[in-house]
Write a protein that binds this ligand. Structure first.
Ligand SMILES: NC(=O)c1ccc[n+]([C@@H]2O[C@H](COP(=O)([O-])OP(=O)(O)OC[C@H]3O[C@@H](n4cnc5c(N)ncnc54)[C@H](OP(=O)(O)O)[C@@H]3O)[C@@H](O)[C@H]2O)c1
Length: 214
């Protein structure tokens, strides 16, 4: 059976995976770039942007596994865009430009489904109003035997963890205190008992935690 994986999911010390007040100009709300500054310098991130160079240390070594063996992604609607409620503008195609870094089918969970959108480079956005279990069934079908990544945001990752559907969770604990936003861990008391956990500290100041189903 293909695995369900979460990669490079950054949280603040107080457990927030995004800030408050998301908008077109602020995809992470008041968090700005603080949750991902460890990632921006890596070779992996630069390649995602079609750029050369970047660091090749611990952060990159761990981050670069995010795409290996992945055949589909599931994301929440608020990762896809800042809109809420019925779509006012179906021309919105995500934050990532004409060639998003996913290169697979991507299932966007939303209570407001709309027609699928085909992008350059193999990314196709499908919009799905479904339970985590049903969304995973659809994503597995599309992934052709490869693994499925849960791409975020925090409330979507939390829902898949609550339903015990995640096999590998990589969380990056970033030494900032956001104070408000959307928290990852709420309602998941005792989660660690389901996983084998490892931690690696990086010179950048972040700690990489992995939770792997034994
Ligand atoms: N920390 C990280 O590494 C990381 C990674 C990715 C994204 N992010 C950030 O996280 C934020 C988004 O996270 P979030 O927790 O606010 O939201 P999210 O998980 O991206 O999306 C939540 C929304 O998706 C829809 N949805 C979720 N489950 C559904 C289901 N089962 N059926 C139908 N619709 C469903 C609902 O929207 P509707 O009811 O409106 O349809 C819900 O309000 C963004 O700021 C993004 O930039 C952070």
């Amino acid at each position: 059976m293909s695995l369900v994986r979460v990669h490079n999911f950054s949280i603040s010390l107080d457990g927030y995976g995004t800030g408050e007040g998301q908008s077109l100009d602020a995809p992470f709300g008041h968090a700005g770039g603080r949750l991902h500054s460890w990632f921006f310098g890596t070779r992996t991130f630069r390649r995602m942007q079609g750029e050369e160079g970047g660091s090749t240390g611990v952060d990159d070594a761990i981050a670069r596994t995010w795409a290996d063996g992945i055949g589909a992604e599931i994301m929440g609607r608020n990762k896809f865009g800042p809109q809420r409620g019925p779509w006012q503008d179906e021309d919105w195609r995500g934050w990532w430009g004409p060639n998003p870094p996913f290169h697979t089918p991507v299932f966007v969970l939303t209570h407001h489904p709309r027609p699928s959108v085909e992008m350059d480079g193999g990314t196709v956005f499908h919009f799905l109003d479904a339970s985590p279990e049903e969304a995973l069934r659809r994503a597995r079908e599309a992934a052709g035997g490869l693994d499925v990544r849960i791409g975020g945001g925090p409330s979507s990752v939390r829902a898949f963890l609550a339903a015990d559907l995640v096999d590998h969770l990589h969380v990056v604990v970033v030494p900032v205190l956001l104070g408000r936003g959307e928290r990852l861990w709420d309602g998941l008391e005792g989660l660690e008992q389901r996983f084998r956990t490892e931690a690696v500290s990086s010179p950048s100041g972040v700690t990489h935690l992995t939770f792997t189903r034994p």
